[in-house]
Design a protein around this ligand. Structure first.
Ligand code: ADP
Ligand code: MG
Length: 380
């Protein structure tokens, strides 16, 4: 059943609208976001939809088609950090973020249908938050730009869900446009739409879910952030973004350990690769894009040490089958890889990855073609 039909069952009337926000894949620029660097995500077709209507009693009711039977009810004025737990915190957190920013948001019925695979690094969380943010803003007549809603959605995730994530996911879900990637500069939060239309050049972007979800992701993430802070202070800079690529090895010699040198090398080179890729996309130079993606994977594997055997095998098997470029995407230690390939090789590449995983005794990976899609919007 559609979220609209479930909404009718729940409330006895039609929703005032249905809003949608997509998941995303980061094409390149990994772990650069907390170093004031560049990232280049694009929205995918998979999205979360929210059928919503206003309530005048100040009560927020949230239902997810993916969490049947779990109708969550809360007082709009009573939600906040420490008050909301579980999946509904992603929605109630947005109510809180809007209210604490001074916006007069009250009760609402929200029925959520999330079609972004959850926990695979495609940012189902941001898709839920952004769909809810857009729905609530329109229900309450708030004329807020997408950038502002993205910031509030990020606050919901940081402060109410309690996940210390950067600014990329919500901005991608909110601001991406069809046929483009979003070049986001996390220093000043400025954005640029970069043409990304592989199909027009006989190419395809393939995402492969490795099906690996390692437990120690959070610790490793904290470790990497601390290393970056340490290196920043040893170099006397504001952020690793400010380390010039020219003369990099000389700069690295000023650091106290080999580990810090490797971490900084990744951040600086991936930041440079992100710029290289966005410039190459503007002139249709896909060869450069593919090479930079593969170089980025090597950097994450060898310097930032956030890959895992499954992702390395995935990337190698894709390249062996003729893909033009491949890299893990997302925080690391599992999740998905993104592969650039000729469109007529999609099946060959997918089959080769599956064969390699079967031979290694790994769980069957899930490949699917993604198309750079539109960001959050009202559907009806
Ligand atoms: P990712 O964003 O990479 O998919 P996260 O751990 O950040 O992974 O977010 C996943 C969480 O978001 C889920 O555990 C759940 O709490 C919430 N979520 C995502 N989609 C839905 C949905 N359709 N219904 C309810 N909760 C959802
Ligand atoms: Mg998430």
């Amino acid at each position: 059943m559609s979220p609209t039909e479930i909404f009718r069952q729940l409330t006895g009337h039609d929703p005032q609208g249905v809003w949608a926000a997509p998941g995303r894949v980061n094409l390149i620029g990994e772990h650069t976001d907390y170093n004031e660097g560049l990232v280049l995500p694009f929205a995918i077709e998979a999205r979360s939809e929210v059928a919503a209507g206003r309530r005048d009693d100040g009560v927020v009711r949230v239902l997810s088609l993916q969490k049947p039977g779990d109708l969550v009810e809360a007082d709009a004025a009573g939600v906040g950090p420490g008050q909301a737990v579980g999946w509904s915190a992603y929605v109630l957190g947005v109510v809180w973020a809007l209210r604490q920013a001074g916006h007069d948001v009250g009760g609402a019925d929200l029925v959520l249908d999330g079609r972004v695979p959850s926990g695979s690094g495609l940012s189902s969380s941001a898709s839920v938050e952004c769909a809810a943010a857009l729905a609530l803003a329109e229900l309450y007549g708030l004329d807020l730009p997408g950038e502002r809603l993205a910031t509030l959605a990020q606050q919901a995730e940081n402060d109410v869900v309690g996940a210390p994530t950067g600014p990329m996911d919500q901005r991608a879900s909110m601001l991406c446009t069809e046929g483009h990637a979003l070049l986001l500069d996390t220093r000043d939060m400025s954005t640029e739409q970069v043409p990304l239309n592989p199909a027009a050049s006989g190419l395809a972007l393939l995402v492969v879910d490795s099906r690996v979800h390692h437990e120690h992701t959070d610790n490793a993430y904290g470790d990497r952030r601390r290393s970056c802070e340490q290196a920043t202070s040893e170099l006397g800079l504001r952020a690793l973004r400010d380390v010039p690529l020219d003369g990099l090895e000389e700069t690295l010699r000023r650091l106290s350990t080999d580990e810090l040198r490797s971490r900084v090398r990744h951040v600086v080179t991936d930041n440079a690769r992100t710029r290289t890729v966005s410039e190459a996309l503007c002139r249709g130079d896909w060869t450069t894009v593919g090479q930079a993606m593969t170089a980025s994977h090597a950097s994450m594997r060898d310097d930032y040490e956030i890959s895992c055997p499954e992702l390395d095998l995935l990337v190698d098997a894709a390249l062996d089958a003729g893909a033009s470029g491949a890299r893990m995407t997302g925080g690391g230690f599992g999740g998905c890889a993104v592969v650039l390939t000729r469109a007529d090789l999609v099946d060959t590449v997918s089959a080769n990855v599956q064969k390699a995983f079967a031979r290694a005794g790994y769980d069957e990976p899930r490949p699917f073609v993604v198309r750079p899609s539109a960001g959050a919007r009202r559907l009806s």
